[in-house]
Design a protein around this ligand. Structure first.
Ligand code: FAD
Length: 472
């Protein structure tokens, strides 16, 4: 059988179909709460695992395994490898490109029960934890000890640290703390044949041999970082050029304390107002763009002064039209909640086509405008049309754009207008795009071949998350 999202794909006949013997094996190694089987009666129990949160990608797995330990993971993988059963690893299932959802009937290996914090060392700031720990749980755990995770995303209440590492999630604090390539010090990885690779180094500097963990981004993570005082401001601006000017100035004025620089457009604000999560948006009037600036230093008085001076000068030179500064931690959370609420507001608007794209900042917003024009020309975007919104938001710091197109329902006509247009546009502007099956637009054939060589040597039978990422 084929699925709607991957119409060109056929189930790989080399993969075995799940049998009663296989189910009995999994039952023998997992606890009763560690296994969900579709025996025709409890299909609904499997649906949350077979379907992604946007309800865009849907697989037909008949078995979810929820191991409690690394050894159980190893036993599952060893058995699957020996019996050619395909597997899809799944964390919090918050991914945007269907990577954690089966394409056909792959077994789902969920990290839900791998949720122990193994250790935290306040001296080095190193945290060691299981792959299934929820990002927000880790952040709260560290906050109680005066530390924080170097990673923050809108999905933090559900996503797992293993999923974050697997997707090399950038998130809202990337500008200040860099990517997970720097903050993940070690990983424990189970290879497809069941071998456990212990690489849980807690050294910040380790020059010995190949840095294998970078290849394995996609397993259990060890993270941690020291923190201090935080402040946040939100501005209204009238052009994308002014968003860029503000970014340049923010680096000049706030230098070492600048920790996040986010933007969203007026379309995103319109959606936020339509689906409010609480407090009223603090900036009156209409602006084309909004920017959120966060500082993170160690001396609150000094940081506040710097941010106030920045706001004053930006207003004085009319780079920004309006702005508010958080007065306390509640207001800091409130201001962040607007930025973090955008994905949820989009999902309430019906079907949502989401693209997570890295593009050079000067042309970043051009993408949104070009997609808008294309959909308008095709007469599918506007009042009472199929497509209801085309919005852009993201992290200016790392040239990251979230392009979201909301529609009344998923429609092949809309999909054909957007894809491969978005992928080709990204390629043309030397960007890269997260997509489960469009790597060819971001990486050269030589790089893809090298990736295939690595994949082949670690997973010769190709059982791990088949059909995705590497072109077939
Ligand atoms: P899943 O969705 O379950 O899986 C994602 C991928 O990782 C799949 O391919 C899966 O097979 C694999 N995987 C999961 N766990 C493991 C494991 N233990 N071992 C091997 N492979 C594994 N991304 C950003 O980069 N920046 C953002 O700012 C950002 N904001 C977001 C905001 C919202 C509201 C949402 C819903 C998503 C956002 N994302 C963002 C996407 C982000 O990458 C994912 O939400 C998150 O990192 C995935 O974690 P997860 O546990 O939900 O993984």
């Amino acid at each position: 059988f084929t699925t709607d999202q991957y119409p060109r794909y056929k189930r790989n006949p080399n993969f075995k179909e799940l049998s009663t013997d296989d189910i009995d094996f999994f039952k023998s190694i997992l606890s009763p709460s560690g296994i969900l089987v579709d025996n025709g009666k409890n299909f609904d129990d499997l649906l949350p695992y077979n379907l992604d949160w946007m309800r865009k990608y849907r697989g037909k797995s008949r078995l979810v395994a929820k191991p409690k330990s690394t050894e159980e993971v190893a036993a599952i993988l060893k058995y699957c490898n020996e019996n050619r059963l395909a597997i899809v690893p799944q964390g919090g299932n918050t991914g945007l490109v269907g990577g954690g959802v089966p394409v056909f009937d792959e077994i789902i290996l969920s990290t839900n029960n791998l949720n122990k914090i193994r250790s935290f060392d306040p001296l080095s700031g190193v945290l060691i934890c299981d792959a299934g720990c929820i990002l927000e749980v880790l952040d709260n755990y560290l906050a109680e000890r005066g530390y924080m995770m170097p990673l923050d995303l809108g999905a933090k209440g559900s996503c797992h640290i293993g999923g974050n590492v697997a997707t090399n999630a950038g998130g809202l604090r990337l500008l200040r703390y860099g990517s997970l390539h720097g903050s993940v010090l070690g990983l424990e990885v189970v290879l497809p044949d069941g071998t456990i690779l212990h690489n849980l180094s807690s050294l910040r500097k380790d020059n010995t041999g190949y840095d294998l963990k970078q290849l394995f981004i996609g397993s259990e993570g060890t993270l941690g970082i020291i923190t201090g005082a935080v402040n946040v401001a939100v501005f209204g601006l009238n052009s994308f050029q002014k968003v860029q000017d503000t970014f340049i100035k923010s680096k000049e004025y706030l230098t070492e304390i600048l920790s996040a620089f986010e933007f969203w457009d007026s379309g995103a604000l319109k959606l936020l107002k339509l689906h409010p999560r609480g407090r009223k948006f603090p900036i009156e009037g209409d602006h084309q763009f909004y920017v959120l600036v966060e500082t993170h230093g160690s001396n609150k008085e000094h940081d506040d002064k710097k941010l106030e001076k920045f706001l004053e000068d930006m207003l004085g030179t009319q780079v920004i039209e309006d702005g508010v500064l958080a007065q306390d931690t509640t207001q800091i959370k409130d201001l962040w909640s607007f930025r973090e609420g955008i994905p949820e507001a989009c999902s309430k608007a019906g079907a949502v086509y989401k693209y997570d794209i890295s593009i050079p900042v000067p042309v970043l917003y051009q993408m949104v405008q070009d997609v808008k024009s294309r959909l308008m020309e095709a007469n599918v975007f506007g009042e009472n049309k199929l497509v209801t919104n085309v919005i852009g938001y993201g992290h200016i710091g790392d040239g990251n754009l979230h392009l979201n197109i909301t529609a009344n329902s998923y429609d092949p006509k809309v999909t054909e207008l957007i894809e491969p247009f978005v992928y080709e546009w990204t390629e043309k502007h030397k960007g890269s795009i997260s997509a489960a099956n469009h790597l060819g637009y971001s990486k050269s054939p030589q790089m893809i071949n090298l990736m295939k060589t690595f994949k082949q040597s670690l997973d010769p039978l190709g059982i791990m998350n088949p059909y995705k990422f590497l072109p077939q």
